[in-house]
Design a protein around this ligand. Structure first.
Ligand code: UDX
Ligand code: UDX
Ligand code: ADP
Length: 472
């Protein structure tokens, strides 16, 4: 019969494990939730008296404020967390492999494996082990093999897959009212019982009909598939944006018209300078790798194209900036507004802004960058990683991090909007215009500004998915 869960441990206090388990604690006051991590700085930040949490997410502080110390705890004592729990989420990082077989494509499962081995080693009672990291299909099987090979008497391990679909920036509202919760298990009696145990946890706040229970493999593949399909929509709309720029069609009008088809729907059709984030590219490359390992090269090529289109979109945008600025940006000052991969997050993983700035640097431009949430240290780290052959000193001569949009735009030839922060919609463009060199250019990579209004002020405006000569 299903176990009634009273203690949960989450291994990994990152973007996924932290918010997810904090919300579980908030919604299930009768369950003790302990989030453990090897990274002491991270745990200290989660425990900080003034709630200076290690990640920025709207609404997260309020959740932690209510639950921390009540039934939510953060600790570096991984073993104790494992020993006490009846249910363990494994929510560690699964970066793309940098070397060896599958380098650049396959997920590096060493952290998952280490965490799993730790569970096998220290557990003294039965556990439900839940795979929560984004990982390619069949990870649960490896976890199961490790756990079974190490099981002890009176100590059984049931494996579940419970992929997380939250998006950064809206994590808390996504967790409060998810479109669905997906739980995958083996279709054995034990598997189904374990699945019911986890389902009862979510049922504390998620309507039953939104909790889907499926087989282990379907669950794992669904996570990759959902992200691949979402990214594919953006690459599709971005591919259309290139046609719009060449023909005089307007991508916003096209997307609007397409979205009215109820079979397509209006969401996730915003053309942009390219998608970023820790998931889309990584998950698609995983799908590509999986397809190749299954000897399905046509399938691999199909999904790979989604990532290639995204690279093309970024390249195309920076080329358009250079072309518009009379084919050279050498020595010219360019203000890049936004560095995060999307609004309402301080996360920069795979952000399009990184690629743009790297391109501008290699054209020998001077770059002013401003982002309301990204720590300056992170910007330097990302730019350093993007141009490994350039010393940081040299980068710092070319790039300046500014404290406001206005400051970034001062004396610039061009403004490039890379992230759709709300505050960029409310910029005092008259003041910006007055402070810029003339002609003053604006490049809207996020379709957020009123191009007509800016043209009236005097700006030369270039927008994704609109022709360059469009001055109407
Ligand atoms: C994504 C999935 O949405 C989420 O379900 C999954 O759990 C993790 O991956 P996330 O990466 O946090 O979430 O953000 P998302 O809102 O999906 O945006 C990803 C990227 O696509 C961002 O760079 C965003 O700016 C871009 N995007 C999104 C567009 O360019 N156009 C759109 O219409 C939507
Ligand atoms: C299509 C468009 O739907 C319609 O809006 C446009 O005006 C003309 O083209 P149609 O070709 O009549 O209409 O049929 P549709 O229902 O779209 O199906 C097209 C093909 O896709 C069929 O062979 C159908 O069997 C197939 N299909 C459709 C699938 O294989 N899977 C699906 O989920 C949906
Ligand atoms: P995600 O976006 O998937 O949540 P993060 O990198 O933000 O990824 O978080 C993953 C966390 O998992 C990191 O804080 C890392 O220190 C932690 N971690 C990795 N391996 C282990 C392990 N074996 N035991 C405990 N914590 C781990």
């Amino acid at each position: 019969a299903p176990v009634k869960v009273s203690k949960i441990c989450c291994i990994g206090a990152g973007y996924v494990g932290g918010p997810t388990c904090a919300v579980i604690a908030l919604k299930c006051p009768h369950i003790q939730v302990t989030i453990v991590d090897l990274n002491k700085d991270r745990i200290d930040a989660w425990n900080s008296p003034d709630f200076a949490l290690p990640i920025y997410e709207p609404g997260l502080v309020e959740v932690v404020r209510q639950a921390r110390g009540r039934n939510l705890f953060f600790s570096t004592d991984v073993d104790k967390g494992i020993k006490e729990a009846d249910l363990i989420f494994v929510s560690v990082n699964t970066p793309t492999k940098k070397s060896g077989v599958g380098a650049g494509f396959a997920a590096d499962l060493k952290y998952v494996e280490l965490a799993t081995r730790r569970i096998a080693e220290v557990a003294t009672s039965s556990k439900i082990v839940v795979e929560k990291s984004t990982v390619p299909c069949r990870t649960a099987e490896s976890m199961r093999t490790i756990l079974e090979a190490n099981s002890k008497p009176n100590c059984r391990f049931d494996i579940l897959s419970n992929p997380e679909f939250l998006a950064e920036g809206t994590a808390i509202s996504d967790l409060f009212s998810p479109d669905r919760v997906l739980i995958g298990s083996l279709q054995t009696q034990e598997g189904i019982d374990a699945c019911q145990s986890l389902k009862q946890v979510y049922a504390n706040w998620v309507p039953e009909e939104r909790i889907l229970t499926v087989g282990l493999w379907s669950s794992e593949l669904s996570k990759l598939a959902a992200n691949a399909m979402l990214a594919q929509r953006i690459s599709s709309v971005n591919a259309l944006s290139a046609i719009c720029e060449a023909t005089g069609a307007n991508i916003d009008e096209v997307a609007h018209a397409i979205g009215y088809d109820s079979r397509i729907g209006p969401k996730f059709l915003k053309a942009s300078v390219g998608f970023g984030g820790s998931c889309f590219q990584k998950d698609i490359l995983n799908l590509v790798y999986l397809s190749e390992s299954l000897h399905l090269p046509e399938v691999a090529a199909y999904w790979r194209q989604v990532v290639e289109m995204n690279e093309y979109q970024k390249r195309r945008f920076s080329k358009r900036v250079v072309d518009t600025l009379f084919n050279t940006i050498t020595g010219k000052r360019i203000a890049v507004l936004g560095f995060a991969f999307k609004a309402d997050t301080g996360d920069t993983r795979e952000s399009a802004a990184i690629t743009l700035i790297r391109d501008f640097q290699s054209e020998k431009a001077l770059v002013n960058v401003y982002d309301p949430k990204v720590p300056h240290e992170q910007i330097w780290l990302d730019l350093e990683e993007a141009s490994p052959q350039v010393p940081l000193d040299t980068i710092k001569k070319q790039v300046t991090i500014c404290k406001s949009a206005i400051e970034a735009c001062k004396d610039a030839e061009a403004v490039v909007i890379a992230t759709e922060w709300k505050e960029f919609k409310e910029i005092d463009w008259e003041a910006v215009y007055a402070s810029m060199n003339k002609p003053a250019f604006v490049f809207d990579g996020r379709l957020i500004i009123d191009a007509e209004k800016l043209r009236k002020i005097g700006f030369k405006v270039t927008t994704i998915g609109r022709p360059s000569n469009n001055q109407d």
